[in-house]
Ligand binder design. Structure first.
Ligand code: HGY
Ligand code: MN
Ligand code: MN
Length: 421
C-alpha cells in the first residue's frame, strides 16, 4: 500500500497533453479524408491498420495484448497484484464514413496516455490497468451497434454478430479473419474491476455552458430498425398517378412519422432516417422497393417503447390502406442506462480536485460503456467538441480539453487501481 506522500504525488500527476494531441493526429492519418475527417469503417483494411498502429504503441509502452473472438483487443499494464481484476478504459477506433478524428479514438489514446504517464513516473498500481478497443462500435457497416462490447457483455449473441452482413454481403466472421483479428479468448471470459470511458460529448451542451468536463450520469435508450416497403416498378411516364404503387411515396410517410414521434416526445425524443436505398434507383422508374434505416431514442424506457408502438401502428395503417407489404426488422436495442454512482462521484471529485469546470450531461450517443455497465462499475467522462458537432468530418476538439479529460481519466483510474509504490 503506498504511503500517504506517494498518494499525494499521484494526485499531482498530469498527462502530457501535447503527446496525446500528436498521437490523435497521427492515428487520424489512417483513413484521413480530404475535409479533415476520418473514414475507417469496422473490419476494413483501414481498421486493420488503425488496430495495428494502436497495438504497436501499446507494445512500445510495455503492454501485453489479448484479442478475443469478436476482435475486442485488451492492452494490459500489470499490477502489483495480478490476480486483481483490471481497471479498464478504452473506446473504439472504427469510425463513421464521414467521421471525425476524436469519436472513439480519443478514449483509446487517452487511455494509452494515462499508461505512458504512469510509466514516465514509475508509478505502480495494485490492480492491473487495461486499455481496450472494442469491435464495430459505430454499427455503420455492420449492425448491431456497439457489437464488440455487446458480445463481450453477453447482450448480443456471438453467432448473430458473426453472421451480420454489410451492404456487399460480407460477414463479420470472414472480415475478422481476413484482417487477422479473430482472436482466441472467449468474449466476456475476461475480468473487469471497473470501466471508465473518455469521449467527446458529440452534442452542444458543454460548449454552450462553457464547461470543460461532462460527468455522465446516464445514456439515452436506442432502437434501430431496417424497414422495407414493397411497391411495383412501372414506367414514370405512361402510368397515371392514381394507379401507382410507389414504394418511395409510401416510405416517405413512415419517414415523416419517425421525426413526428421524436417531436411528440420532446425534448428528449430523437428520430433519424440515415440510410435509404431505392430500387431500381432509376429516374424514370416508379420505385418498386425501398429499404431504409430507422434510429429512435429517448432518455425514458417506457417513452421509447411508446414511440415504437406509435411507429408500428403508423406502418400497419399504411400497409392496410395501400394493401402493400412493409417489413420492419429490429436490428439494435438498448434501454436507457444509468452509470455507477461510485464512478460518477470519482469523476466529479477528480474534475473538482483538478480545478476543471464540470457539469452532469446525459449522453444522447450510445457508447461501449453502456454494455460494460452490466459487467462492472462504469463511468464516462465527456469533453466538449466544437459546436457540438460529431459524425461529421469537421468534428473538432481543443487540445486543452483533450488533456483535461485525460487528466480526469488518470485520477479516476488511480482511485480504483490504487497506487502501490
Ligand atoms: O449511434 C451512436 O450513438 C454511436 O455513435 N454509435
Ligand atoms: Mn463513439
Ligand atoms: Mn460515433
Amino acid at each position: 500500500m503506498a504511503s500517504n506522500d506517494a498518494v499525494q504525488i499521484a494526485k499531482q500527476l498530469r498527462v502530457d497533453g501535447g503527446r496525446l494531441y500528436s498521437s490523435l493526429l497521427e492515428l487520424a492519418q489512417i483513413g484521413a479524408t480530404p475535409k479533415g475527417g476520418v473514414c475507417r469503417l469496422a473490419l476494413t483494411d483501414l481498421d486493420k491498420q488503425g488496430r495495428q498502429w494502436v497495438i504497436n504503441k501499446a507494445l512500445s509502452l510495455g503492454l501485453t495484448i489479448v484479442t478475443d473472438q469478436i476482435g475486442n483487443t485488451f492492452m494490459r499494464r500489470e499490477g502489483k497484484k495480478p490476480h486483481l481484476a483490471p481497471i479498464m478504459t478504452g473506446s473504439h477506433i472504427d469510425t463513421q464514413p464521414t467521421g471525425g478524428k476524436y469519436d472513439g479514438n480519443y478514449g483509446v489514446l487517452a487511455g494509452l496516455e494515462v499508461i505512458e504517464t504512469l510509466n514516465d513516473h514509475q508509478i505502480e498500481t495494485e490492480a492491473p490497468i487495461e486499455v481496450v478497443f472494442w469491435t464495430n462500435e459505430e454499427g455503420s457497416r455492420f449492425t448491431p451497434v456497439m457489437m464488440g462490447s455487446g458480445v463481450f457483455s453477453g447482450a448480443i449473441s456471438q453467432e448473430l454478430a458473426y453472421t451480420s452482413k454489410d451492404i456487399d454481403g460480407k460477414n463479420v466472421k470472414d472480415e475478422l479473419t481476413r484482417i487477422g483479428f479473430l482472436g482466441t479468448q472467449k468474449p466476456g471470459d475476461h475480468p473487469c474491476g471497473a470501466y471508465f470511458e473518455a469521449h467527446i460529448e458529440q452534442g452542444p451542451i458543454l460548449e454552450y455552458q462553457d464547461k470543460v468536463i461532462g460527468v455522465v450520469p446516464a445514456v439515452m435508450g436506442l432502437r434501430w430498425f431496417d424497414c422495407t416497403v414493397q411497391g411495383f416498378e412501372a414506367h414514370a411516364g405512361p402510368t397515371p398517378m392514381e394507379i401507382r404503387d410507389d414504394a418511395l411515396q409510401n416510405s416517405l410517410r413512415i419517414m415523416q412519422k419517425v421525426v413526428d414521434v421524436a417531436n411528440q416526445y420532446a425534448p428528449h425524443g430523437r428520430g433519424t432516417v440515415g440510410m435509404v436505398q431505392v430500387f431500381p434507383n432509376s429516374r424514370n422508374v416508379i420505385p418498386g422497393r425501398v429499404q431504409f434505416s430507422i434510429d429512435i431514442r429517448h432518455t425514458d424506457a417506457s417513452t421509447l417503447d411508446q414511440m415504437t408502438v406509435d411507429l408500428k401502428e403508423c406502418i400497419k395503417d399504411i400497409a392496410t390502406e395501400k394493401s402493400i407489404k412493409i417489413d420492419l426488422k429490429e436490428v439494435s436495442y438498448f434501454p436507457p442506462c444509468n452509470f455507477d454512482e461510485g464512478c460518477i462521484q470519482t469523476i466529479r471529485q477528480a474534475a473538482q480536485d483538478l480545478g476543471y469546470s464540470h457539469m452532469d450531461v446525459v449522453s444522447g450517443a450510445g457508447h461501449d460503456a453502456i454494455y460494460m455497465k452490466s459487467i462492472a462499475p462504469t463511468g464516462m467522462i465527456f469533453i466538449p467538441c466544437k459546436d457540438g458537432v460529431s459524425h461529421n468530418e469537421i468534428e473538432d476538439a481543443k487540445a486543452d480539453h483533450l488533456e483535461a479529460g485525460a487528466n480526469v481519466l488518470l485520477q479516476s483510474i488511480l482511485a480504483y487501481a490504487k497506487r502501490s509504490n
